[in-house]
Design a protein. Structure first.
Lengths: 339, 342
């Protein structure tokens, strides 16, 4: 109405109605998830039950927790390829702490306070791993891809070294309680996963630190020139990722009643996929944790639904790969239409 | 506020030094044990698909022990075919090329893939190395010998046991191994052979859990949602059976019989405790010691093996014959037999 002559026509166009394309773009991951859930629910009665949904989210939570930490990393335009191996190493150290020694089949898990020590050991190792990566990436300026690629191999090797290639199994009920039991009807890992997701969301959207993370990812040089301590922020996101690996390592060991050498294998790829499907850009600066939660659940739903429909194991990775690419493609196409 | 040029150059130099030192250190580490044992008369290399599987760890440990105890002149070189935590045919092939260059005398190998490893193994044979395959075979290479377990027969044992414990039949769930891996293919083949010859027992779900415990939990959970009442769960290895135990007990179905394969110590303990029904023993230790004996007999004494292929017959292990398992003593389910000299 009283727009100045310099106002471009496109703005008044958008002000006229609801930006449908923009909405679809923003909620593309959720829409995709709903489509897939509806599809499976229609074909498989076993899919539609509450127990099954809770099972799906519990199966997802082990790499989902990693994905929450990965969101922070990817928001700064970094990457953490080591989270699966870090999970395994945290798991094996935590298992030893629970058993009171590096004993394998022998050694008793006394339960009680040892479980707390085990949990703290897992967290501690995770934080340490994150710190090591953070220092190399932020202070020694080695690219994140390389550092965490090295970590991928090194922490897996450390896991093998720690227990001589053997798994550590058989824990007390106090220990396995955390991975296996429910609070109310909801499995504990699900509560931890969604809880951590919620806290991460609040931190990213409503705290100064969160804004710093977005600023760093959006334009690292501008962030530095604005006075942000970019090195500290960069290393902090890897510490967060390491922390998540520790939590997930403890929960997975508890769930499986065993700390294995192959634990967490390829979880880093599933974590990254969850983050990207959820709409966070690999180039940093945009996205969020809520999208990651949706992305992770989508992967879990696909895994579960395809098994229930007894789809041949040879087709499953193809189907999952195609759907992942499609969902991100749709997201990109719709986003690029909003100028 | 801009950094001086010399400061930047200095930081770059520090970074380069750190990276170079780390690279050199990293390259040197695998060679250190070999440099220490340079005086041995013969060198034998033992290669497995991946030491991230306890099964291969056990095989490697026994092989090493056997060589150290019985053949003091022979230096034992351990080759791990895993790359980033998964068995890799490429890594295994590259390791073989490396030992050909090092002029190692004998190679005992469990190849990750029947065809992919063939070129590297053929190259070793052509270079004059004595090659014996163990546990898994390679196609179309004239190795000295093969010592293996008949995985197809192992699958048949599982099938026959199912028929024995389920006289009235019923629906069962099968968890297969790594797609494309020879043991997974063979075990499934043997099981399928026995089960398709009868019609009381039906395999309602046959999915892969890739020999992994965690995957078995999530795959079985999903399968139970649409097939809540299986009469048995048969797994192509013990690791998946352990996952199945967890998934079934979480679903409140602890009584369902679970079959595994490999006779790992944890499985033997589970069978004794009653949480697992049976497993198959294929004598990996026996295989590797026999393979080493054949290779070294040819290398040191020039003796050829009696026949090219030696197959150890697998046996089914249940609660009644736990002591027959190779690792029964290690698992604590059997007491060691007193040695004659004690």
């Amino acid at each position: 109405m009283s727009a100045s002559s310099a106002t471009p026509a496109s703005i008044s166009e958008e002000q006229r109605g609801i930006d449908y394309a923009g909405l679809i773009g923003k909620f593309a991951p959720v829409i995709f998830l709903l489509l897939v859930v509806t599809f499976f629910s229609f074909f498989e009665s076993g899919f539609r039950t509450t127990t099954n949904f809770l099972n799906i989210i519990r199966a997802v939570s082990f790499f989902g927790i990693l994905a929450v930490g990965m969101t922070f990393v990817i928001l700064t335009a970094g990457i953490d390829l080591s989270v699966g191996s870090a999970l395994a190493f945290c798991g094996i150290v935590c298992a030893s702490a629970a058993k009171g020694s590096r004993a394998l089949l022998s050694g008793k898990d006394e339960g009680g306070i040892h479980v707390l020590y085990a949990f703290l050991a897992a967290i501690g190792v995770g934080l340490l791993i994150g710190l090591i990566h953070g220092v190399f990436i932020a202070y020694l300026n080695v690219p994140a891809f390389i550092v965490t690629l090295g970590g991928l191999g090194a922490w897996r090797g450390a896991t093998l070294l720690w227990s001589n290639g053997q798994p550590i199994s058989s824990f007390s009920k106090d220990f396995t309680h955390w991975g296996k039991q429910d609070i109310g009807q909801v499995p504990i890992p699900v509560i931890v996963f969604l809880g951590m997701g919620l806290i991460a969301h609040i931190v990213l959207k409503y705290t100064r630190y969160g804004r710093w993370v977005y600023a760093l990812g959006g334009n690292a040089e501008a962030a530095r020139l604005s006075g942000l301590n970019t090195r500290q922020i960069t290393s902090s996101v890897y510490v967060i990722s390491g922390f998540c690996a520790g939590v997930s390592g403890f929960l997975l060991t508890s769930r499986l009643n065993s700390a294995e050498q192959v634990a967490g294998q390829s979880y880093e790829l599933q974590a990254i996929a969850s983050v990207v499907i959820g709409g966070t850009s690999l180039f940093g600066g945009s996205g969020g944790v809520l999208g990651t939660l949706v992305g992770a659940v989508l992967i879990g739903v696909l895994n579960n639904g395809l098994v229930q429909m007894n789809v041949s194991a040879y087709y499953q990775p193809i189907v999952i790969g195609v759907i992942i690419v499609l969902s991100v493609y749709v997201d990109q196409v719709v986003k690029s239409r909003r100028r | 506020m801009s950094k001086s040029i010399s400061e930047v150059t200095q930081r770059r130099a520090t970074r380069r030094t750190v990276i170079k030192t780390a690279a050199v250190a990293g390259l040197a580490v695998p060679f250190m044990p070999r440099m220490a044992g340079a005086q041995a008369k013969y060198k034998l290399a033992f290669s497995v698909p991946g030491l991230n599987f306890p099964f291969f760890v056990h095989m490697m440990d026994l092989a090493k022990k056997h060589v150290e105890e019985k053949y003091p002149d022979v230096e034992f070189i351990s080759l791990d075919g895993q790359e980033n935590g998964a068995p890799s045919s490429t890594k295994q092939s590259n390791d073989i090329d490396a030992i050909i260059a090092q002029k190692v005398n004998a190679l005992v190998i469990s190849p990750n893939d029947v065809a992919a490893l063939a070129p590297a193994v053929q190259a070793a044979v052509d270079a004059g190395m004595i090659v014996v395959t163990v546990d898994r075979n390679v196609t179309d290479v004239n190795t000295l010998a093969h010592v293996g377990a008949d995985n197809v027969e192992g699958g048949r044992l599982q099938g026959r046991y199912l028929i024995e414990i389920l006289p009235d039949g019923g629906d069962i769930i099968e968890l297969q191994g790594q797609p494309g891996a020879a043991p997974a293919i063979d075990r499934h083949k043997g099981l399928d052979e026995i089960l398709s010859a009868q019609d009381k027992i039906k395999v309602v779900v046959s999915q892969t859990a890739e020999f992994a415990r965690a995957k078995a939990v999530s795959v079985l959970e999903a399968a139970l949602a649409s097939n809540p009442d299986p009469k048995a769960v048969v797994c192509a290895n013990d690791d998946m059976a352990f996952g199945a135990i967890e998934a079934l007990s979480d679903a409140g179905k602890s009584g369902v019989p679970i079959l595994g394969f490999d006779a790992l110590p944890e499985a033997l303990q589970d069978i004794q405790a009653g949480t697992q029904a049976a497993t198959v023993e294929q004598f990996p230790g026996g295989q590797s010691t026999q393979a080493i004996d054949i290779a070294l007999a040819k290398l040191i004494d020039g003796k050829d093996p009696a026949q090219h292929d030696t197959y150890l017959t697998p046996i089914l292990i249940t609660k009644d014959n736990l002591a027959d398992a190779e690792r029964a003593v290690e698992a604590g389910v059997a007491t060691p037999v007193a040695s004659p000299t004690s």
